[in-house]
Design a binder for this molecule. Structure first.
Ligand SMILES: *Cc1c(COP(=O)(O)O)cnc(C)c1O
Length: 219
């Protein structure tokens, strides 16, 4: 049973819903597809490959997990958005594989703002340094389309809101500094099942929602 409509009813206008379908079988994705969902998020390349092959071609597949550079080649032909770019090395590999298939792949830079040590991503200082270095401007098959982040996994809503607010402020800063003339740099991917309402208060344009739609995952 897919709770797509209930979740959709709570999404602000102007915010896009990425249905995070990782670990759920193809039949469940098809059910959401038949209810009109077209954007699905997956976090493992092998699983994504199998689902992409089995489901209709008008689905927009978003890669939301940590992506190893050596796996980019498998998804380059069809991926619509890569959410969690966390190194220049990965960006350079996406450039190489996108060029091979004559595509330009939209990518989000993953910002590390949560308290947890284990989360991937650029700190704001690292992200600014990478943008300042400017090599990304040479990557003609990569389109930097915005930022992605995950807030700390905590019940402390004030902390979660402070982190999303920080990400939003940082987005505005780099937007004006590096992307003022680039309308494509416009996406803010933050908010998951437990915190997307807070994320929408702080500028989210894409929310990545799994368990609230599909139920708990069995790993
Ligand atoms: C799994 C996952 C989600 C969705 O999480 P839910 O709590 O099930 O909504 C969102 N973003 C990323 C990066 C994920 O890995």
């Amino acid at each position: 049973m897919v709770h797509l409509q209930e979740v959709k009813a709570t999404i602000d206008s102007g915010v896009e819903l990425v249905a995070v379908s990782k670990f759920h079988p193809v039949e469940v994705l098809r059910e959401a597809y038949e209810e009109g969902q077209r954007i699905f998020g997956e976090s493992r390349v092998q699983e994504l490959q199998a689902k992409q092959a089995a489901l209709p071609p008008d689905i927009q597949w978003h890669f939301i997990g940590h992506l190893q550079p050596n796996k980019v080649k498998y998804i380059a032909p069809y991926i619509s958005l890569i959410h969690a770019v966390d190194s220049f090395k990965l960006l350079a590999e996406i450039e190489k594989q996108a060029a091979k298939v004559h595509r330009t792949i939209p990518c989000l830079l993953q910002l590390h703002i949560a308290q947890e040590e284990t989360k991937f991503g650029f700190t704001p200082a690292e992200c600014t340094a990478m943008l300042q270095a400017g090599e990304w401007r040479e990557l003609k098959h990569v389109q930097l389309a915005g930022l992605m982040c995950m807030a700390s996994n905590t019940d402390n809503e004030q902390q979660v809101e402070a982190e999303f607010a920080q990400a939003h402020a940082y987005f505005n800063e780099i937007k004006s500094r590096f992307f003022a003339d680039d309308p494509a740099f416009c996406q803010r991917s933050w908010g998951m099942s437990h915190d997307y309402r807070l994320a929408m208060k702080h500028g989210a344009t894409l929310v990545r929602i799994g368990s609230a739609i599909f139920g708990e995952r069995e790993y």
